[in-house]
Design a protein around this ligand. Structure first.
Ligand SMILES: *Cc1c(COP(=O)(O)O)cnc(C)c1O
Length: 376
C-alpha cells in the first residue's frame, strides 16, 4: 500500500517508557492506564497492550462500550468503565467482566437488575464526588448508595471492588483544593467502612497528581495524558515523558510564488519576495485547526518551515524561502511529534489557548493511524 498523504504514527515504545516513568512515581501503587476516547486518539487496544506489557495493571475507560471493545480485542486485565447513563448496556459489561463505576443509586440499581437477569455477580466501583462537582456520588447521596450496596453485596449480586474520585485542580499541585478533596475522599472511605463495606482498593490520582503528589497515590494511580507522553503541567516540567504521537503529511507539490502574490483564501499572506512554497495535503477536516492559520511551522527538509495563509479544509501551504531547499513532492512534513527540534503538540496548544489533550484528540478524517514498536 502506498504511504497515505496524512498519517498519525504512534510509537508504542514511547507508551512503554511513559508507563515506566509513571510506575516509578507510583511507588507501591499500581498503575491503571486510561484509554478513553480511543486512547486519547492513539488507539485504545494497542496502547492498552503496550502499557500492560510495560507493567500497568489495569485499564480505565469512560463507557461500557469502550471497555467491551477492549475485551473483544483480547485485553484480559481488569477494565473499569466510569461514565454511563442508567440505560447503558450493563449486561454486556457484566458478561465481559468489566468493572462498573457507579455514580448514583439509580445506576447501582440498574447494574444490579442486569446482574440478577444474567445470574452473575457484577463488579462495582463507587465514584464519589469530592469537589469536582461533575460526575460522582455527592456526600448527601452516599448513605442511600451504601445502604443499597450493602444489600447487594450481602446477597451476592455485587462484588465491591473500589472507591475512587477525580481531582479538579491537580495541575496546581499545591492548591489547597487538592488537600480538601483528599480529606473528603478519606471521609467517604471511612463512611463505607463504617457500613462494613471495605473496598478492595481506593484510587484518586490522575497524571498531574501521579507526577507531583505521591501522597495521593493510594492503591493505584490513574494516568491518561502522561501515558501518551504529554505533560499535564507543561509550565512545570516535561517529567521525562516522550510524546507517542507524530502527526505528519507528505508534500503534494512545490512551486514558486512571485513577490506581491497572495497565498490561500482571503490572501491573508502576501509574498514580500519571490519564494518557494510547499503544499501540504492536511487541513481542518484532518485535525489541523483553522485558528492556527499563520501561527505554526512544520519540520520539513531538515528545518522549521512557517505555515502561511489560511489553513483550508484539505490543505495548507508552508514557505520554504527564496533559496533552494531540496524539498520535493512526497517528502514528509512533521506537523507535530516527539523528536527534539520537531514541532510539539504543546506549541499548538499554546498558540490556540487550549491544552495538549485537545491537540492529540484532533487528528482524524483522512489521517491513517499506524503503530510502531511495542508488543503488538
Ligand atoms: C480522564 C480521566 C483520568 C486521566 O486524566 P489525565 O489528566 O489524562 O491523567 C483519570 N480519571 C478519570 C476519572 C478521568 O476521567
Amino acid at each position: 500500500m502506498p504511504d497515505p498523504q496524512v498519517e498519525i504514527v504512534v510509537d508504542l515504545d514511547a507508551i512503554a517508557h511513559n508507563v515506566r516513568v509513571l510506575a516509578e512515581h507510583a511507588g507501591n501503587a499500581a498503575v491503571m492506564v486510561v484509554v478513553k476516547a480511543d486512547g486519547y486518539n492513539h488507539g485504545a487496544a494497542e496502547v492498552a497492550r503496550a502499557a500492560l506489557a510495560a507493567g500497568a495493571r489495569e485499564i480505565g475507560t469512560t463507557t461500557v462500550a469502550e471497555a467491551v471493545e477492549l475485551r473483544a480485542a483480547g485485553i484480559t486485565a481488569p477494565i473499569l468503565s466510569w461514565l454511563n447513563t442508567s440505560d447503558a448496556d450493563y449486561a454486556g459489561g457484566i458478561e465481559a467482566d468489566i468493572e462498573l463505576g457507579v455514580s448514583a443509586a439509580a445506576q447501582l440499581a440498574a447494574v444490579a437488575a442486569a446482574a440478577r437477569e444474567l445470574g452473575r455477580t457484577a463488579t462495582v466501583s463507587l465514584k464519589v464526588d469530592t469537589g469536582l462537582n461533575r460526575n460522582g456520588i455527592p456526600a448527601v447521596e452516599f448513605p442511600e448508595v451504601l445502604e443499597l450496596l450493602g444489600k447487594l453485596v450481602a446477597d451476592g449480586t455485587v462484588r465491591f471492588r473500589a472507591l475512587f474520585s477525580h481531582l479538579a485542580m491537580a495541575d496546581e499541585p499545591r492548591h489547597p483544593v487538592n488537600d480538601r478533596q483528599r480529606d473528603r475522599f478519606l471521609d467517604f472511605v471511612a463512611a463505607a467502612k463504617e457500613q462494613g463495606l471495605e473496598p478492595e482498593l481506593v484510587h484518586l490520582a490522575n497524571s498531574a497528581a501521579a507526577l507531583t503528589r505521591p501522597d495521593l497515590a493510594f492503591d493505584m494511580i490513574r494516568p491518561g495524558i502522561a501515558v501518551y507522553g504529554l505533560s499535564p503541567i507543561p509550565e512545570q516540567s516535561d517529567f521525562g515523558l516522550r510524546p507517542a504521537m507524530t502527526f505528519r503529511a507528505r508534500v503534494l507539490r512545490v512551486k514558486r510564488v512571485a513577490a506581491g502574490e497572495g497565498v490561500s483564501y482571503g490572501h491573508q499572506w502576501i509574498a514580500e519576495r519571490d519564494t518557494t512554497v510547499a503544499l501540504i495535503p492536511a487541513g481542518y477536516a484532518d485535525g489541523v485547526p483553522r485558528p492556527l492559520s499563520g501561527r505554526f511551522s512544520v519540520w520539513l527538509g531538515g528545518a522549521r518551515r512557517p505555515q502561511i495563509g489560511r489553513v483550508c479544509m484539505d490543505q495548507f501551504v508552508v514557505d520554504l524561502g527564496a533559496n533552494e531547499t531540496g524539498v520535493r513532492a512526497g517528502d514528509a512534513a512533521i506537523l507535530f511529534g516527539g523528536e527534539s527540534g520537531h514541532p510539539h503538540a504543546q506549541e499548538w496548544a499554546d498558540a490556540l489557548g487550549t491544552i495538549n489533550y485537545e491537540i492529540v484528540c484532533a487528528p482524524r478524517g483522512r489521517a491513517r493511524r499506524t503503530h510502531l514498536g511495542g508488543d503488538r
